[in-house]
Design a protein around this ligand. Structure first.
Ligand SMILES: *Cc1c(COP(=O)(O)O)cnc(C)c1O
Length: 389
């Protein structure tokens, strides 16, 4: 096994080796990380649902009713009424005909893309799409092409060049790009898809619960209901629990119940998770207070960072990167922030392209102005010390 040791030694030499930090309690605005109380600017828990009393109560009640495990895959006997109910709740919330829940967002991409494409098809993917999309595409027998990030001219160039050589063409994009926080140009993608008779697939992991009316997502933000064929989302970010789903037609759902491999070969979601998620959607459906608070915190935080002169890229959402560039300096900045009381994870190659290392600040609806002010103060001082600012 010396090859693994050599690989790890190389990581250490490059200054990009990491030890996983250990959180000793729930995911909140402040957490106890490695025994130290710090402000948490790293979670995807946008709305604060991960430790919300209403979700916890729903989960506890579901444990009493259903136990802790589903007992089988959905296609055998793991399909409980609460899973079926969750599919309907999600379809209603997203204003789509049908939805199907998987065990994670990653599993959705790993299962759906291969199930809806064949070797006679072409998949066209945005260059900055999430790793789970890239892996999902790899599992498909279809041919592949990549268009430059959000470059609609480049997408059309590929369509002009290749559309006629394939049966189906599937255009895949993130709704919100997780490392930069920019929003896909969905209206133009949908227009091109219609013109060139293609299918569209949007992974809205960072848009759902964040964008649109009460967090209905990027498709709602652009008022494109009924015009995107496959809408993917996660239940582990804004929704605060775990799981993933795809929305679309009833036929799509039916087909995936037969060919969505993670659904056929991996046990159904824990029923208590389904119950907590249903409660989360109830809360979003009846109040916009959570999304409003998220956006007001994000706006406040970004304006202050920008005024201090940080390079926060071109985010259009609460995702707030601070671009550093060098990989080792990025990790040093993140470590130094943690030492001083703020946890913002460093994000480097291969998660983002080489030379575009950044720390990624994730503001949530849970943060108080006081916590944000304190975090910004620590970030300014630390950045000046490391000559990042
Ligand atoms: C986080 C993320 C996923 C994975 O979701 P999980 O539910 O955590 O597996 C998939 N796609 C995108 C775009 C993501 O940002």
């Amino acid at each position: 096994m010396s090859f693994l040791k050599a690989n790890i030694d190389q990581l250490k030499k490059d200054g990009v080796y990491r030890k996983l930090p250990i959180n000793e309690g729930p995911c909140d605005a402040e957490i106890t990380l490695n025994g130290k109380r710090v402000i948490n600017l790293s979670s995807n828990n946008y709305l604060g649902f991960a430790n919300h009393p209403r979700l916890k109560k729903a989960a506890k009640e579901a444990i009493d009713k259903y136990g802790v495990g589903a007992g089988a895959v959905r296609t055998i006997v793991g399909n409980m009424d609460i899973h079926e109910q969750l599919d309907v709740v999600i379809a209603d919330f997203k204003h789509e005909e049908a939805a199907l829940v998987f065990q994670s967002g990653y599993n959705v991409n790993a299962g759906v893309i291969q199930a809806i494409t064949t070797d006679k098809d072409l998949i066209i993917s945005d260059a900055l799409n999430h790793a789970s999309i890239i892996d999902g595409v790899r599992l498909s027998k279809a041919s592949r092409a990549v268009f430059k990030h959000s470059d609609m001219k480049d997408l059309e160039r590929i369509l002009i060049e290749k559309r006629d050589q394939y049966e189906q063409v599937l255009i895949i994009t993130d709704g919100v790009f997780s490392m930069d926080g920019d929003i896909a140009n969905l209206p133009e993608i949908v227009r091109l898809a219609k013109q060139y008779k293609c299918l569209t697939y949007v992974d809205d992991a960072h848009g759902s619960g964040v964008l649109g009316d009460r967090g209905r997502g990027t498709v709602d933000h652009f008022k494109l209901h009924g015009q995107v064929d496959f809408i993917v989302g996660t239940l582990s970010k804004a929704i605060g629990v775990v799981g993933g789903y795809v929305c679309g037609s009833a036929e799509m759902r039916d087909w995936l119940l037969h060919r969505g491999r993670p659904l056929l070969f991996s046990t159904a979601m824990m029923p208590a998770a389904a119950a907590a998620i249903i409660e989360a959607f109830n809360m979003l459906e009846t109040s916009d207070e959570y999304t409003e608070k998220l956006w007001s915190n994000a706006k406040y935080f970004k304006e202050k960072l920008e005024r201090l002169g940080f390079d926060i890229g071109h985010s259009q959402t609460p995702i707030t990167p601070i671009i550093i560039g060098n990989e080792a300096l990025t990790m040093a900045f993140s470590e130094s922030l943690l030492y001083n009381g703020v946890y913002v994870s460093g994000i480097i190659f291969p998660t983002v392209p080489m030379g575009t290392g950044r720390i990624r600040c994730m503001v949530s609806a849970l943060h108080t102005k006081k916590q944000l002010d304190k975090a910004i103060d620590i970030m300014e001082k630390t950045a000046k010390k490391l000559r990042v600012l």
